[in-house]
Write a protein that binds this ligand. Structure first.
Ligand code: ATP
Length: 609
């Protein structure tokens, strides 16, 4: 069930970013305009410097005309510097607004796509790695865009302009600079390409490191309870060691590249100065030309050396972006069909028709599973661990798609309706509810986000949350910690039940929903649940049979198959697995006094009804 490949292609990264870039054509035009202005001014200024120095070199006795001419050149030089200053502001400001807008867009689009991935996707990926990839994705755009639009393209424009001007002064010098620049850029591209896999390796090692750290931090209590610090340290050091090797390889490669670049720069500096001196000797170049060449060389060095740094950042950012784009390119595991309509629940019939499901083809979990729940029927699933009980509820919620057969609600195949409408029709209370690190009020309100405070508190009272919440110093404003860790298991379950009460959906699934409660709380909650179940189709999964003996029907499962079904009394009479489980529990191994009392009460109620 692995979704997706390892690394997205260059085209895929470009497409992903371009979808956001194209929304701001005016800002992009301003950036390009600013860029062109900067290059034009940077190329023109040395030409005025050349004239300035030529006037100085050729004037032995300055006259007022000479001073006037120098003043004119200085004025033009000032104008060029101002043009450059202004163009930089235009480019910089529009780039700020543009990048912020695009990153905003990238954050929101990638979040909505990421969160739409299937349940299976999230249980197969580290939360830490996903958040790391997501945050690197938008930031990488900033780097990639700056590299291309602010560095690569302007550098190309400047070098082309400098070659053109030098060519005008001396064909040989122009050709020399042009050839050198091409060889130098080709060298940089070649080594950058060669080292790309080193950078990808490093990015992956980085992600693994963060993922491992997040896994250890979120399991800190397990680590200390199992005295696993030493083991975790060794495990983490293994990952750090791989990161260390990948990082060192990357740095050493960089160092060698810098060594090559240094040699290239020395060669062109000496070569051009030597050639210029020869031409000057023949009277073909002036002193001003030396100033021009030197100014162009200095800027060219600065830009081309920058290219190497930018290429490195470019490839890093590219590798980072690729990890997230791969997620964005991976089709959602569970999708709404084209033209899917909202589910319309008229009465609440649920039917599983010859359902087949597996996680791995060689190990079927459900085979030919058929079961009909009539409207408002309350059905309990019991059976040994691993029998497939939770899987049935996950299939009904369409967290997984069935591989064969179908599941219908009021005659509508759940695979053909929208997922949102399906999940709106079902309230689910899991065995281990996970809460947002938000206030208790917000957490309960998640059941129905337009509920008033009074409605939330009413639901909390019914679920017996109000007692413990009102004792907290901050009451309903209390933040519950990551995943709800600051609450006890039983408190979390009660919050989840309050959510379900607030949601009031026509179909209710309780998956071991009261397993973490003490007997007293459970007896109270069972009351609330009985009220909640009224008028709904209900599926309950429970290991403690005392909690489900009053259900309309009890389905006994084993190895993904229904092996018996009937009421509590019928199943007891029938003997078999249910009878055996009941005998064990009623024999005092699991049922405590309170539960036995509760069971007797329920049985009495049923008899009198
Ligand atoms: P329990 O009473 O312990 O909750 P259950 O009857 O609800 O058990 P399921 O959770 O439905 O059992 O699991 C049925 C089988 O499917 C188990 O053998 C389990 O190991 C397997 N299984 C569950 N989830 C996955 C998964 N994501 N990938 C692979 N196998 C899985």
């Amino acid at each position: 069930m692995k979704e997706g490949k390892k690394q997205a292609s260059a085209g895929a990264v470009f497409r992903a970013y371009f979808a956001s870039i194209r929304k701001h054509p005016w800002l992009l035009s301003l950036i390009i305009l600013g860029s062109i202005g900067i290059q034009a001014a940077t190329l023109a200024a040395p030409l005025y410097l050349r004239t300035f120095f030529n006037i100085l070199a050729t004037t032995s006795h300055p006259t007022s005309d000479t001073v006037h001419a120098l003043g004119g050149v200085l004025a033009m030089l000032t104008l060029m510097y101002l043009l450059e200053w202004l163009s930089r502001r235009v480019q910089g400001q529009s780039n700020n607004v543009f990048s912020a807008k695009v990153m905003n867009d990238l954050y929101s689009t990638s979040f909505s796509y990421l969160i739409g991935h299937s349940y299976n996707f999230f249980i197969s990926n580290f939360a830490g790695s996903l958040t790391h990839k997501m945050s690197k994705y938008a930031r990488s755009f900033e780097t990639l865009f700056d590299s291309v639009v602010v560095q690569f393209v302007p550098t190309f424009l400047f070098v082309a302009g400098a070659v053109g001007v030098l060519f005008w002064r001396s064909h040989l010098l122009g050709i020399a600079l042009g050839v050198w620049a091409i060889i130098f850029i080709a060298f940089q591209l070649f080594v950058a390409h060669l080292r790309q896999h080193v950078r990808v390796e490093r990015a992956e090692a980085d992600t693994r490191l963060t993922g491992a750290l997040a896994d250890a931090v979120s399991n800190q209590s397990t680590i200390s309870l199992f005295s696993g610090s030493r083991y975790e340290y060794t495990r983490y050091m293994g990952i750090v060691e791989a990161w260390h090797k990948a990082t060192l390889r990357s740095w050493m490669t960089d160092d060698w590249i810098w060594a090559g670049i240094g040699l290239f720069m020395t060669a062109i500096e000496i070569g051009l100065l030597y050639g210029s001196a020869m031409l000057w000797q023949q009277g073909l170049l002036t002193v001003g030309d030396f100033v021009l060449i030197q100014a162009y060389l200095l800027t060219t060095f600065d830009r081309l050396v920058g290219i190497n740094r930018d290429l490195r950042r470019f490839y890093d950012a590219f590798a980072d972006a690729g990890e997230m784009v791969e997620i964005l390119e991976t089709p959602h595991g569970i999708q709404d069909r084209a033209g899917a309509k909202p589910l319309s629940v008229s009465s609440g019939n649920v039917s599983f028709d010859d359902v087949g499901f597996y996680f791995h083809a060689d190990r079927p979990i459900l085979g030919h599973f058929t079961l009909n729940l009539t409207a408002h029927e309350k059905v309990a699933f019991v059976g040994p661990s691993g029998a497939g009980k939770s899987t049935i509820t996950k299939l009904l919620l369409r967290l997984y798609d069935v591989q064969s057969g179908s599941i219908e609600i009021d005659g509508q195949n759940i695979a053909a309706v929208t997922q949102d409408s399906l999940r709106e029709a079902i309230a689910f209370v899991p065995q281990e509810p996970i809460l947002f690190h938000r206030s208790l009020m917000e957490n309960i309100r998640y059941g129905r986000r337009d509920a008033t405070d009074a409605e939330v508190i009413e639901a909390a009272k019914q679920a017996h949350c109000h007692e413990f919440i009102s004792k907290l110093p901050d009451g309903y404003d209390t933040f519950v910690g990551e995943r709800g860790i600051k609450l006890s298991g039983g408190e979390r379950q009660r919050v989840a039940i309050a959510r379900a009460i607030l949601k009031n959906a026509p179909i209710l699934i309780l998956d071991e929903a009261t397993s973490s409660l003490d007997s007293e709380s459970e007896a109270l909650i069972q009351d609330a649940l009985r009220v909640l179940m009224q008028g709904k189709t209900v599926i309950v999964i429970a290991h403690r049979l005392s909690t489900i003996m009053h259900m309309d029907r009890i389905v006994v499962m084993e190895g993904g198959k229904v092996i018996a079904s009937g009421t509590h009394a019928e199943l007891l009479e029938e003997g078999g697995l249910y009878h055996k489980l009941w005998s064990i529990q009623a024999g005092g191994f699991i049922v405590d006094e309170d539960e036995t009392e509760l069971a007797n009460e329920v049985a009495k109620e049923e008899n009198s009804a």
